[in-house]
Ligand binder design. Structure first.
Ligand code: ZN
Length: 236
């Protein structure tokens, strides 16, 4: 957890004391980062332990658990396959959350395979239980990353490394999308290309429900917000 924290801070995904991450270690125990500590300076003794109701059970720990632990616990309760959660404010991805522009689909094969569809949750006050509810409301069974409106991103996986990789891939993808804007146009994959890609993804053991509508152009239907941001409006 400390090593992942260092990477999150080093790559600029969190400034100051922002962000938090956790690992579910048993049915009723979750390791989570403390509040008020930079992820770049975490030490093992600062990592807190909570139960599934968010009560901190390591009473001798001087650190208090993150106030965002409710979001993590709601995710663990929603899907048994989620064993680690990383919440962060990666700048390139968060720019899309600030502009309320859905993360576009059907452009970058790597993003499609490793992230899939990234839904956007409506803005809610950080640390309130409504934050977790807004995330779960937009999730499917194959969702692994959700944008938080005007806030940041949350990634989850069966392992801590897997959840962190989602974060890295998300911010790299969004950085590419923003650089593409400066070139003035973007090439979207065709419905056939998307279908073939999602078929390969399924063969890798990552079924993606979007394959059902890929041939009908279902992938990329929400790209309008991103396409509108191009200097030459309407051109692809
Ligand atoms: Zn946050």
């Amino acid at each position: 957890m400390c090593d992942i924290g260092h990477r999150i801070w080093h790559r600029g995904y969190c400034a100051g004391n922002e962000g938090n991450h956790s690992v579910r270690i048993s049915e009723d125990r979750v390791l989570c980062t403390p509040t008020g500590v930079s992820k770049g300076f975490l030490t093992p003794d600062q990592i807190t332990i909570v139960d599934m109701d968010g009560n901190q059970v390591d009473k001798k720990n001087k650190m208090k658990r993150t106030s965002e632990v409710l979001l993590h616990l709601q995710l663990y309760k929603s899907r048994a396959d989620i064993r680690s959660v990383v919440h962060s404010h990666p700048p390139h991805a968060t720019a899309f959350a600030m502009a309320n522009i859905p993360i576009p689909e059907g452009i970058h094969p790597e993003a499609e395979v490793f992230l899939g569809r990234v839904p956007m949750a409506a803005y809610t006050t950080p640390s309130y239980k409504e934050l977790g509810e807004s995330v779960i409301a937009v999730m499917n069974e194959d969702t692994n990353t959700v944008m938080l409106g005007n806030h940041g991103a949350v990634c989850f996986d069966s392992t801590m490394m897997g959840a962190y990789y989602k974060l890295e891939i998300l911010d790299a993808y969004c950085r590419i999308l923003l650089l593409t804007l400066s070139l003035g146009r973007v090439n979207q994959l065709t419905p056939r290309e998307m279908y073939d890609l999602l078929e390969v993804k399924a063969k890798f053991g990552m079924p993606d429900a979007r394959i059902k509508t890929a041939l009908d152009g279902g992938v990329g239907r929400d790209n309008r917000g991103y396409l509108m941001a191009f200097p030459q409006k309407g051109k692809k």
